[in-house]
Design a protein around this ligand. Structure first.
Ligand code: PLP
Length: 848
């Protein structure tokens, strides 16, 4: 049921303004966004009052927002729009726009539809909002500054300072060149491994330049990327601060060989402020070798000293935690030096005359720390470690607390265990600052600048994976009907979940089948008899009260098993078995419907839901087949049972009625999403205890897709690790298309002027206008990149596509296959190599 018309395309043909050329020569269109009137409305009246929201089927967007926990995990970036019934994105969160108007909002459904139409693609689309990541980075910085102010952290004198542009460390480095700035209490770096998207990295670094925001690399390739991004984005702006505490840091983590060390040293010499962190003692030798070389050049007369990287040491803390990565912390940690190794490093540096280069202490307790107690413990230990290093003679000056700041993926504020966290950014910053302030005060030393490498906390909210549902299948009776209707004999029967769980029997059928004579019953073959009884169960459920719902479930389960047995014994034919499957599925859909819509109260015994009904109500009844690969785009769902919020992007004013789980395109039963954010079965929340809140739900209540209208859903908060970890290996589904969406604010325009453009021939950019309240329209710029073609995916797997074509051609060889067929096969291979790896239905399929 793939449909080709993107919503925006449809609107365009109904009288929307024709595309116009922007001053930059790009095409400006106006997609299906809320009108200026709507914005004005929101500006002055907040949202439309609840009472006046148009109600469709007695269901409002507030109901949807609650069902999908949208406000809990989405605020302040994602919301349900009361008038359009769609998800909107506020890239600036709840901040006013540049002109003081209400926060700009983007209709995600319209945007995704437009992007899909432009790419002529039905495949998955990663929509990124780098503005969100930039805002989160700035917010974290402000929170640390606030914590520093609270604890009077780092103000005033500094004993340990970093090296300036001159050869030796000097206390002058404690202030800026003009003497006005104190050494920063906090600096952020973004771990590149979280997201390799160049546009996102450039946005983070250039918008973070005033805060000296830098990058962290964990491999040679990441180092090359980080050096390039930092030089292109902030080198000019920070030239005067290069190698001072006001320049962005490039933290070099990960295992290092001589080449890694070489690039780090050359980048430092060329002006980037590099911190080279020793993770293993074997890395020391190439580092010392470079340092000795630099020292030799320094002694030559008239030679200006080349700047060298600051040295750091990554320590292995004893602190462990029970989060997802808890097992890799403490003594079992893969990275970092233990106490003895740290001492050895110190002595080696001292002996070599380079102890003065040791400036940074680094640790990382693991990602997604869900319990603040872990942070507190780690800070106690690392603060102590820091003061000890200073006591033993290292100048230090920086402590890098790594990543680990958790994300509240399910919005449960701690209930959700690993999917959540029991603290917020303020707690986090306060605990870090307080621990260091205490330890340094007791040791009588200046507190260090705090560096953090928060990855997921900065980028998670900035991306959503949009995917289209291409078909649905009742679970347990898969394939027994096609589309929303199916034929049984001469009858056309509607899909049950499209009819709110009504049983699909026609009156005619009822008469014929439900009142057979006793004689007819006696002469009925066993399989017909079983079906007769089964139909009776389904029919009874049509008017069922809860009292006999349990009985119906019991009977249906038994009949289904008996039908399978009769089929195995050759007593039942395929058609009859199909009907038994059908009836079972209908019973389950009906039971779910009863459980979901009657909102039965536990307190009223007459309405108490039988346990099997509750169990049934917790199972997905329908598979929603999504045009995407979990392995490629949501790998953490498969690998570590990560919970991401999932919701439809539209139809939020319609009551959804199917208990759905999402199945991807891959030929692997693991390729599915069947754990969702939200109390189990929100629709029947009265039945579940508080203790279950925060527990993932095994299904999401969804709408029945409509013929000819794409049903678009998205997995949210997927900005960290999903694209970088996802692999095309499984079934060779390639990388999805991406749309990077920027608000064209004044600041960004300035940033863009300063930074050099990216050269990415595979990207197409387009812009559209976003109405804002006070006349000052702001552009939204969307940078699109098509997903991998089949040729890309094959090349990624090491298969040379030219060989494929040659082999296909050669296969015809001297055999008797006629040439026309060979040529047709070659043409098909050639075409499909250039097409998307995902399902496509559009006539104007785009081949690259
Ligand atoms: C060394 C290091 N720094 C930073 C991070 C980022 O962690 P997070 O995404 O939890 O902030 C990681 C991730 O595991 C890491 O290994």
């Amino acid at each position: 049921m793939l449909t080709s018309a993107g919503e925006v395309g449809v609107r365009a043909s109904t009288g929307r303004p024709a595309p116009r050329a922007s001053p930059r020569g790009k095409v400006l269109t106006r997609p299906n966004l809320p009108s200026a009137r709507h914005h004005r409305h929101r500006r002055f009246g907040a949202f439309v009052p609840r009472g006046s929201t148009p109600r469709v089927e007695d269901w409002t967007v507030e109901d949807s927002a609650s069902l999908y926990s949208l406000d809990a995990w989405g605020a302040p970036y994602f919301a349900a729009d009361a008038e359009t019934g769609r998800v909107v994105v506020r890239p600036l969160g709840d901040d006013a726009d540049a002109l003081g108007g209400p926060p700009p909002e983007i209709d995600l459904f319209a945007l995704a539809s437009d992007a899909r139409a432009r790419l002529a693609s039905d495949g998955p689309l990663v929509v990124r909002f780098p503005d969100i990541a930039c805002r989160e980075a700035a917010r974290l910085h402000a929170i640390f500054d606030e914590a520093a102010a609270t604890w009077n952290y780092g103000a005033g004198s500094l004993r340990s300072v970093e090296r300036g542009t001159d050869a030796d460390a000097s206390s002058a480095d404690a202030t800026s060149a003009d003497g006005s700035r104190p050494k920063p209490a906090y600096q952020g770096v973004f771990p590149v491994k979280c997201c390799h998207d160049v546009e996102l990295l450039r946005a983070l670094v250039s918008s973070g330049a005033p805060r000296a925001f830098g990058l962290e690399a964990g491999s040679k390739a990441e180092l090359l990327l980080a050096v390039a991004v930092m030089r292109s984005c902030c080198f000019d702006q920070t030239k005067k601060d290069v190698q001072t505490p006001y320049a962005p840091l490039l933290v070099c983590n990960g295992y290092k060989d001589a080449s890694y060390v070489r690039v780090a040293f050359e980048a430092a010499a060329a002006g980037t402020r590099v911190a080279l962190v020793v993770e293993k003692l074997s890395e020391l030798e190439p580092i010392l070798e470079r340092l000795r070389e630099t020292r030799r050049t320094k002694t030559k007369p008239k030679t200006k000293r080349r700047s060298t990287p600051l040295l750091g040491v990554r320590v292995r803390l004893g602190t462990t935690h029970d989060g997802q990565w808890g097992a890799t912390s403490g003594d079992d940690a893969k990275f970092g030096l233990g106490a003895r190794e740290t001492l050895f490093l110190l002595e080696t540096l001292r002996d070599a005359g380079f102890l003065s280069e040791l400036r940074l202490l680094h640790f990382h307790v693991g990602s997604q720390v869900s319990d603040i107690a872990t942070i507190k413990e780690a800070m106690r230990e690392s603060s102590q470690m820091y003061t000890e290093l200073v006591r033993l003679g290292a100048p230090m000056g920086l402590i890098d607390v790594g990543g680990g700041l958790g994300v509240d993926y399910d919005g449960s504020r701690g209930w959700g265990g690993r999917a959540s966290r029991n603290y917020d950014e303020k707690n986090y910053a306060n605990d870090i600052v307080a621990a260091l302030a205490d330890a340094c005060a007791r040791a009588g030393i200046e507190p260090p600048t705090i560096v953090s490498e928060s990855g997921r906390a900065i980028v998670s909210a900035s991306a959503a994976l949009v995917f289209q549902i291409v078909s649905t299948d009742p679970r347990g009776a898969r394939g027994s009907r096609q589309g929303n209707e199916y034929k049984r004999g001469a009858e056309t029967v509607r899909d049950p979940f499209a009819t709110d769980g009504e049983t699909p029997f026609t009156e005619k059928e009822d008469e014929k089948t439900l009142t057979p004579t006793l004689e007819a019953l006696r002469s009925m073959p066993p399989s017909r008899f079983l079906l007769h009884n089964f139909r009776e169960v389904a029919r009874t459920l049509k008017t069922a009260e809860t009292a006999n719902v349990q009985e119906a479930i019991n009977d249906a389960t038994q009949f289904r098993q008996e039908a399978d047995r009769l089929f195995k014994l050759g007593i039942m034919g395929l058609e009859e078995r199909a009907e038994a499957e059908e009836l079972f599925c209908l019973t389950r859909a009906r039971v779910f419907h009863i459980a979901n819509t009657r909102r039965l109260k536990k307190s009223t015994s007459q309405y108490f839901l039988p346990v099997d009904v509750q169990t049934e109500a917790r199972r997905p009844a329908v598979w929603y087949h999504a045009n995407m690969s979990v392995f490629r785009s949501l790998p953490d769902i498969w690998a570590i049972q990560q919970l991401f919020p999932v919701a439809p992007l539209h139809r939020l004013r319609e009551r959804p009625n199917a208990a759905g789980a999402v199945a991807d395109l891959t030929c692997d039963s693991d390729g599915r999403v069947d754990a969702f954010v939200g109390a189990a079965a929100k629709g029947v929340e009265d039945v579940f205890s508080d203790a279950e809140r925060g527990a993932p739900s095994p299904f999401l209540t969804l709408h029945a897709p409509r013929e000819g209208e794409p049903y678009l859903m998205a997995a949210f908060l997927v900005g960290a690790y999903q694209e970088s970890m996802g692999s095309a290996g499984h079934n060779l589904f390639g990388s999805p298309a991406t749309a990077n969406v920027f608000l064209e604010t004044e600041r960004r325009k300035k940033d863009l002027q300063k930074t050099k453009p990216t050269h990415d021939s595979a990207r197409v950019s387009f812009s559209f206008r976003l109405d804002s309240v006070r006349g000052g329209d702001s552009d939204v710029v969307v940078s699109l990149r098509a997903g991998d073609t089949n040729a890309d995916a094959l090349r990624g797997a090491g298969v040379d596509t030219e060989s494929i074509v040659a082999w296909v051609r050669g296969g015809g060889g001297d055999t008797s296959i006629d040439e026309a067929n060979d040529a047709a096969l070659l043409a098909a291979v050639d075409d499909v190599l250039r097409e998307s790896t995902y399902l496509e239905s559009r006539d104007e399929r785009r081949a690259r």
